[in-house]
Ligand binder design. Sequence first.
Ligand SMILES: Cc1cc2nc3c(=O)[nH]c(=O)nc-3n(C[C@H](O)[C@H](O)[C@H](O)COP(=O)(O)O)c2cc1C
Ligand code: SF4
Length: 373
Amino acid sequence: MRKIFDETRINGMTLANRLVRSATWEGMCEEDGRPSPKLAVYYANLARGGAGLLVTGYTFIRPDGRQLPGQMGIHSGFADQMRALTRAVHGEGGKICLQLVHCGGQSSARVTGTRPVAPSAIEAKQFPELPAELPLADIEALVRLFGEGAARAREFGFDAVQLHAAHGYLINQFLSPLTNRREDAYGGSMERRCRFLLECYRSTRHAVGKDFPVLVKLNGADNLEGGLQPDDALFAARALDEEGVDAIEVSGGTPASGEETPVRQGIDRREQEAYNLPLAARIKNGVGCPVMVVGGFRTFELVEGVIRREEADYVALARPLIREPHLPRRWEEGNEARARCISCNGCFKPGLKEGGIYCVVDKIERESRGVAI
Ligand SMILES: Cc1cc2nc3c(=O)[nH]c(=O)nc-3n(C[C@H](O)[C@H](O)[C@H](O)COP(=O)(O)O)c2cc1C
Ligand code: SF4
């Protein structure tokens, strides 16, 4: 019977358990995207906390694809800081996967100083402003840059890469009929809307070789009228599986998806947890590669049941590990109490204003108990 703390392998990468730290922007990089020493300490602590795999915050492949301050970039000039980061994780016995992104129409002109680009020049609720349509030559350049970023990640000591094809960012924008109105080979049918994703995947695979894990974070649905639907997501997942992807992490929603965004708030009851599980289980049934599921997991028994019933192969956590970086270790040691995160999303603010995310609720509680932090 499958268990949370099984040791597993993904394309040669050995993972100590089935818990993944899902990608989480920390806002701890320099203005140019260079990781800070503070970030290396943050990751070392996460690794000590026991998650089998840590996925980094979304890392831009080109500066015009940035969204938030303190976001990481994957440039050749950052070799020393990147190596320090991967060494910090390996020193604690952890594994680290770099998440690659271009934010497309969700990029922030305030951060980049340039007009965002997207598959089509259309207004969309998820876009802060009207983006410019990507010309074919630039699509080709971006495909190449995903590969180059992945090759650097391997060179810098990362154990895997993950393409961010979820949450309304550029690859997701190509997949969604709402944001992709192109009439060329990249738009129209689902097959054509999948083309950019598959070209990015192939470019990445070519750059890192067969023996290096390439993962994809995919929306099981955009939870948005006219956006990516579950059948389309299954089509994309199957296409990736046929290409040889090493694992798919299933999420759902975009910033425009109302109460069904990727980062839902107020998960107080068991029924509100695991909100992407039906989408993930559907994809799990349709593919052969390992499937990870993320979104609202807070209860040990629920995580344990998902693994035991093989509804997914891995469970990924983001906010619970901001509040309790050592939650996997705690569960493994037998304290199976619910994760203490109350899903308020208060942790974003210090990432924007104070040079790095942390759990504001934890801070208030500690201060009220007079504990120094
Ligand atoms: C502060 C913060 C930053 C995030 N940054 C990313 C990111 O860089 N890439 C990504 O794919 N998801 C990002 N997410 C979404 C998480 O990976 C995850 O999908 C979501 O929070 C739901 O999981 P949870 O309920 O375990 O937090 C972020 C979430 C939070 C709270
Ligand atoms: S501030 Fe703390 S409790 Fe609130 S979502 Fe973030 S980690 Fe969870």
